[in-house]
Design a protein around this ligand. Structure first.
Ligand code: G3P
Length: 217
């Protein structure tokens, strides 16, 4: 399972990279705004700064909603850096753009996916990644993990190569359950990733080992 971090915060990206388990980064306009990164030029520079920290894929989201504009914006984003994956919303013009990008060797991440039907369309259009938002589904009393399972089933039926990128991950159990279901990628916060480390028996066991070692020294 690939681990992406879902943030535009460079310190958190660096920390996850240094942990040695990071495979990429996802961002969106809200995450950029949260870090105070506004204005097209600053946003583009920030994408390059992220690419310089990590080795893997970095999703950069288009803000256009019209086919021609999505294509133009996506091509500019893809030219920024070889690690950029163009993030395209699941709308009609977005699906057309996914197909265009796929036909032209530009990697994509289809975002704002909330149903199996949308995920099927994204795969048909040749998306590299599809991003079902599981936390936001849970927020409205709908089982986000069930959507991941449905998409896994459908993609396996037909051998679609689109990678399932479980997004809107809210906690460590989302990550573990997505791994059980077979999501290809998860994107979450640094705290959700570091939450996987924690177990009280690890802490108490280590404390005892160190205390016993020190008895003889
Ligand atoms: O990757 C999608 C993600 O950024 C959405 O997460 O927490 O805003 O639902 P959230």
């Amino acid at each position: 399972m690939k681990f992406f971090i879902d943030t535009a915060n460079l310190d958190e990206i660096r920390e996850a990279q240094e942990l040695g388990v990071l495979d990429g980064v996802t961002t969106n306009p809200s995450l950029m705004a949260k870090e105070g990164i506004t204005g097209r030029d600053n946003i583009l520079k920030h994408y390059v700064a992220i690419c310089d920290i990590v080795d893997g894929d970095v999703s950069a989201e288009v803000i256009s909603t019209d086919y021609d504009e999505i294509v133009k914006e996506g091509e500019q984003l893809a030219e920024l850096h070889g690690q950029i994956v163009v993030k395209v919303p699941m709308i009609e013009d977005g699906v057309r753009a996914l197909k265009h990008f796929s036909d032209n060797g530009i990697r994509t991440n289809c975002t704002l996916v909330f149903s199996a039907g949308q995920a099927l369309l994204a795969a048909k259009a040749g998306a590299t990644y599809v991003s079902p938002f599981i936390g936001r589904l849970d927020d409205i009393s709908t089982d986000g993990l069930n959507l991941i399972a449905e998409i896994r089933h459908i993609y396996d039926n037909y051998g679609y190569e689109t990678q399932i990128l479980a997004a809107s991950i809210r906690h460590t159990m989302h990550i573990i359950n997505c791994a059980k279901i077979g999501a290809d990628v998860m994107t979450g916060s640094l705290s959700s990733i570091k939450g996987l480390l924690k177990h009280p028996l690890t802490d108490s066991g280590l404390e005892k080992f160190l205390a016993d070692y020190n008895k003889g020294n």
